[in-house]
Design a protein around this ligand. Structure first.
Ligand SMILES: Nc1nc2c(ncn2[C@@H]2O[C@H](COP(=O)(O)OP(=O)(O)OP(=O)(O)O)[C@@H](O)[C@H]2O)c(=O)[nH]1
Ligand SMILES: [Mg+2]
Length: 398
């Protein structure tokens, strides 16, 4: 349906009205679950404010196992969850900006932990300044060598040739970008610092949260039983994911037992064409998700299959399309969740609540980005290169 609408060349205003109407209808699917968690917010905030005084960070230099229990029910008002960030020392200022956004809009009321990863040692300055800004406990981990670099089955000459061939595409010539994508695809939950957490929320340097986040997203997932939450969905550059769909189809043939019978793979397929990838993916720079999914045998098998095929190095597969194909294929489609009322901006795209009443209630400051940054949009979900429609189509397919 999305493709047909796009091909009609209707006036943008008419398209926008149709899309808004569709969202109003489809939004009813979600109102039940979101309302369910509304009632908890005030109570949780009160408990957390009380708890805050005794939970300030202290020995951040240590990489000890976290003192978090694994129980499923909230612990002192918090879920068993943490923020996670992969960053370089030189990204400190951009990261502090992101931390301030998260604290101002959400974490000042909750004080969740925050785990930071780096392939190098974090500097003393980084550790100190970050720790001062996080209201929960900040933890710093160095990525083990086996998770950052070339596995022995990769032909490094072929990898170098690929970087040369892709040098005109964004990050196409970068070796570290490929290490990063492979790490985020296959390993971040394997660091001992993550052992006892159930949920994570990924944050990158230089992002913005443009509205208050009143409903704890971790709690939304646990209360609804959902497993993967996103804000933005868009098309990947086809050139960099060449071979990813073929490798995924091989996986489907080899391991049919891991394919969920009620999956959302329609999200990733062209209309009427089961042979091709439409390049849709959930943008993984914002993710709130259940670590048990990434720890599962099914995900491990999928990642290992992709890794062995070499595409992290012989193409430039991002962790976003990898996570997206995995959740679309291996998870029940009802376990996906669009956090449509989370105001979020990672240049150049933005998600902002559609409903003006919600925007007011959440003190949104979503800039009308076209005035500020011509490459951006007020609400990317309505743009023709958003995959939100594909997501809804995938949910509706039986
Ligand atoms: N420690 C470390 N972190 C990295 C490295 N490369 C990227 N990152 C982090 O990995 C995440 C993703 O990298 P980005 O450069 O933002 O990649 P992207 O989101 O695809 O691209 P942008 O549009 O530039 O944001 C960010 O949190 C970066 O800070 C690296 O070589 N070392
Ligand atoms: Mg980024």
């Amino acid at each position: 349906m999305a493709r047909n609408l796009r091909s009609l060349h209707l006036q943008p205003t008419i398209i926008t009205i149709i899309v808004i109407f569709s969202f109003v209808l489809l939004g009813k699917f979600y109102s039940g679950s979101v309302n369910k968690v509304n009632s908890y917010s005030e109570e949780a905030n009160h408990e957390n404010n009380v708890h805050h005084a005794s939970t300030r960070i202290n020995e951040n230099h240590r990489v000890d196992l976290p003192e978090v229990d694994t129980q499923e029910v909230p612990h002192n008002g918090r879920e068993n969850a943490t923020f996670i960030t992969l960053a370089r020392n030189e990204e400190l200022e951009a990261l502090l900006q992101s931390i301030d956004q998260v604290e101002k809009r959400f974490n000042k009321n909750h004080h969740y932990d925050w785990v930071f990863f780096n392939d190098n040692d974090f500097t003393e300055e980084f550790i100190q300044r970050v720790s001062e800004r996080v209201s929960g406990e900040a933890k710093f981990g160095k990525i083990p060598d086996q998770y950052w670099g070339y596995p022995d089955f990769i032909d490094q000459k072929k990898a170098a040739d690929t970087r040369e061939r892709m040098k005109d595409v964004i990050y196409g010539s970068s070796e570290s970008y490929r290490f990063m994508c492979r790490y985020e695809s296959g390993f971040f939950w394997k660091h001992p610092l993550m052992d006892n957490y159930r949920y994570y929320w990924r944050v990158e340097p230089d992002i913005k949260f443009t509205c208050d986040i009143k409903d704890d997203p971790f709690r939304v997932l646990r209360e609804t039983g959902k497993k993967y939450g996103f804000t933005l969905a868009l098309y990947e550059i086809p050139f960099v994911v060449g071979g990813l769909w073929d490798a995924t189809r091989e996986f489907m043939e080899k391991y049919p037992e891991y394919i969920h019978p009620h999956n959302a793979i329609r999200f990733a397929r062209l209309d009427g064409d089961d042979q091709s990838y439409n390049n849709c993916h959930f943008w993984s720079n914002f993710e709130v998700a259940d670590l048990d999914f990434f720890r599962s045998e099914a995900y491990e098998a999928y990642f290992n299959h992709l890794d062995r095929s070499g595409g992290f190095f012989y193409d430039r597969w991002g962790d976003a399309p990898v996570h997206s194909l995995a959740v679309s294929l291996l998870m029940d489609r009802n376990d996906l969740h669009w956090f449509k009322d989370v105001g979020y901006y990672h240049p150049p795209f933005q998600n902002c609540p559609v409903d003006p009443v919600v925007r007011q209630e959440l003190n949104c400051e979503c800039p009308n980005i076209p005035d500020v940054d011509p490459g951006s949009w007020y609400n990317f979900a309505f743009e023709s290169n958003s995959c939100i429609m594909d997501y809804y189509i995938a949910l509706g397919r039986e």
